[in-house]
Write a protein that binds this ligand. Structure first.
Ligand SMILES: C[S@@+](CC[C@H](N)C(=O)[O-])C[C@H]1O[C@@H](n2cnc3c(N)ncnc32)[C@H](O)[C@@H]1O
Length: 304
């Protein structure tokens, strides 16, 4: 986060406190109540590709607009939590009015004490420092492949998989009535040493891949016999794909990680000749992804 982002964050907080001071009570949380404009809610749900099978959890749910819109427009289910009991009551009334009270429920609960494991989609509109405080829990509690969508604030060193800025008519905070949307997919775990064999021309060739991981970013070395090549790629949940050229042969691997195995396919091409083969890899050493070794103190320093 840049210095100007921080200043904007603090300006945001000050502006919010002014807007919401009339509502403040003993249960007020870290992040004040500010609504996400409805066009931004709709775009966030679109970016997260929310659908019928999804379970959406909104941490700090305000008047319930995120989960209610997910239920009403996309057929999803889910819940929201907020510290403010009046907002929780309002959100439950809004869900009933929208005819989705059976699929969108709101609880008065601290987001830090909320079980988020059932989410397939997580939405947040929290201050940047709160995003950093919950980041480790999002990365370790949510299933790989869970989508996270955040209004206005990023997650420090965790690079978004997608981001955009859009007009937010009627937005009461920030500059120029504009909003940012950040989107991440919770990465699986790929770090370690993997082994497999391929027989492109009927002759088996052994491969070994050493992979480091920081969030969804993976990098390492692919080896076969005396040859080696650098590999750089990004996971999308548990989906892994990378390419490398060894001795004039291009290898493109794509598959899905399941515990200590990968299943997928390999495309092997030399010149204009290409073939596709099944690809099964086994993890023979497991390493911790770098981002999981960070303490909260180190994570919060990413604000600077
Ligand atoms: C910026 S508002 C977002 C409201 C809604 N999600 C939206 O986008 O319109 C943040 C909300 O988080 C709630 N909140 C702040 N700290 C919280 C905490 N520790 N646990 C639960 N809710 C909290 C506030 O009461 C407020 O309603």
């Amino acid at each position: 986060m840049t210095h100007s982002d921080r200043l904007l964050g603090h300006a945001f907080l000050a502006a919010c406190l002014a807007v919401t001071s009339a509502l403040a009570d003993d249960n007020w949380g870290d992040t004040p109540y500010v609504q996400t404009p409805i066009n931004v809610v709709e775009r966030m749900l679109e970016i997260a590709k929310v659908g019928r099978g999804d379970y959406v959890i909104d941490l700090g749910s305000g008047d319930g607009r995120m989960v209610i819109t997910a239920a009403r427009k996309h057929g999803a289910r889910g819940f929201g939590v907020d510290l403010d009991r009046r907002l929780v009551a309002l959100a439950n009334r809004n869900a009933a009015r929208a005819g989705v009270a059976d699929r969108a429920v709101f609880y008065q609960r601290d987001l830090h004490a909320t079980d988020i494991s059932p989410a397939s989609v997580m939405s947040i509109y929290l201050l940047p420092e709160v995003n950093l405080m919950i980041r480790h829990r999002l990365l370790t509690t949510l299933k790989p492949g869970t989508r996270i969508v955040s209004h206005d604030y990023a997650m420090g060193a965790w690079p978004p998989d997608y981001q955009e800025e859009l007009a937010a008519p009627g937005k009461k905070v920030g500059v120029g009535q504009r909003s940012k949307i950040y989107f991440w997919v919770v990465p699986g775990r790929a770090a370690g040493r993997w082994r497999w064999s391929l027989a492109p021309d009927g002759k088996p060739v052994d491969f070994s891949l050493s992979l480091n991981q920081n969030f969804q970013v993976i990098e390492g070395t692919l080896r076969s016999g005396a040859r080696s090549a650098r590999v750089e790629s990004r996971l999308v949940g548990e989906t892994i794909a990378f390419a490398a050229t060894l001795d004039g042969v291009k290898y493109e691997f794509s598959g899905r990680i399941f515990n200590h195995a990968i299943d997928g396919k390999a495309r092997v091409s030399r010149g204009d000749k290409a073939q596709e083969l099944p690809w099964s890899a086994t993890r023979v050493e497991i390493w911790d992804p770098r981002h999981l070794a960070l303490t909260l103190e180190q994570t919060l320093k990413e604000m600077n």
